[in-house]
Design a protein around this ligand. Structure first.
Ligand code: ZN
Length: 154
């Protein structure tokens, strides 16, 4: 059996940036499970897992445009410090969450701030980064009809 559409695949991964920084890893926990072809993981990663078998290992390099996108400097925005509630303890790198008007979850990272202004970066923290995944396939099975209908693993 190999990784293909409508299979439930469990795999271990370690995500490393070109700088060598390890961003995320399943190594100390459960492998990540997903249904192939249902938009559950980054497309650039999913494509490269197709055809792998249990026990196969592969390093997958995903360009920024196929990962979290290129950085957009227009998404760096300056806000009046007065608009930020006092209860928020600002620091560089702080991630704030809010809902947009159409209900999407958006995240802002505080880049810099002073007494007057706060500079927010609305880019995804991994935008502009090449994503290097060390992967190992742990299990593969067919998804049930119910899982395919729901679009997630049971
Ligand atoms: Zn369900």
């Amino acid at each position: 059996m190999q990784v293909q559409k409508d299979m439930v695949v469990a795999f271990h991964y370690t995500l490393t940036l070109n700088s060598g920084q390890v961003v995320d890893s399943s190594a100390d926990g459960e492998p990540l499970s997903f249904i192939v072809g249902h938009g559950q993981i980054i497309p650039g990663l999913e494509e490269q897992l197709i055809g792998m078998k249990v026990g196969d290992k592969k390093t997958v390099n995903v360009a920024a445009k196929d990962g979290y996108g290129e950085r957009d400097e227009e998404m760096v925005q300056v806000v009046d410090r007065a608009e930020i509630p006092d209860k928020i303890d600002l620091y560089e790198g702080l991630v704030l969450r809010a809902n947009s008007e159409d209900g999407d979850n958006i995240e802002f990272t505080v880049k810099t701030f002073n007494e007057k202004e706060v500079v927010f970066d609305l880019n995804h923290p991994l935008a502009g980064e090449t994503l290097n995944f060390d992967t190992e396939i742990v299990s593969i099975r067919s998804a049930t009809k119910e899982e395919i209908a729901h679009g997630h693993v049971h």
